[in-house]
Design a protein around this ligand. Sequence first.
Ligand code: G3P
Ligand code: MG
Length: 248
Amino acid sequence: MLSTLPRLIGHRGAKENAPENTLASIREAARQGARWVELDVMLSRDQRPVIIHDDTLDRTTSGTGPVPLRDVADLRALDAGTWFDAKFAGEPLPTLEEAVALIDALGLGLNLEIKPYPGQEVATATVALETLRALWPAGRPLMFSSFEIPCLEVARSLWPEIPRGYLIWEEPEDWAAIADRVGAATFNVNHEWQTPETIAAYRATGRAVLAYTVNEAERAKTLFDWGVAAIFTDAPGRLESELSGSSV
Ligand code: G3P
Ligand code: MG
């Protein structure tokens, strides 16, 4: 699965140019040449997996309030595009099933970040995995990731053969033990706090390092030089062309 990991992964699709975590954003990532996208999944009130980053609807949709207070049918009716640009008016908040169908049609790989509303860690991971398991096309690249250890533990127990990325914001002291416990294949780390030494320490455990969220080519190049395998970027097309140019 990770053998096909590209060096650039479209963050929430291609969020520099399209409303994050929408079908339009996935399409835009593919149009820019991205081979994988990263999306965030959360549960609706009726326990359906939907693609959204925040705990609340306010920033990225026409709705308000916590995501888990609305059924999927209500969430589907919201406008998740206008806040970004009027040309995306009417863009729906997608379900996981819709996102997967598009990802398959476009031939992309997926890093699904399990992003539970607080307190819903086990349920979110369980539903997301069971949903994906029923429809994920055999052989299409897939990995899970989460900041939440219970989500990674669920993923390990329900679908162990799919690689898990241990997402780290502030590194806990026992990061290596946690990675062992959840059977992490990768460390997915905040790029801002990395140094050559931190990357080397992660890699010394035998795991690849992925860094988020990097939108500047010079920083991307530095991270690659330090041994980072892949970065999450809001602008996969722009970054690829800047990295291919000779100026960085
Ligand atoms: O998976 C990388 C990155 O998406 C983690 O942070 O907050 O953008 O979901 P966030
Ligand atoms: Mg994410």
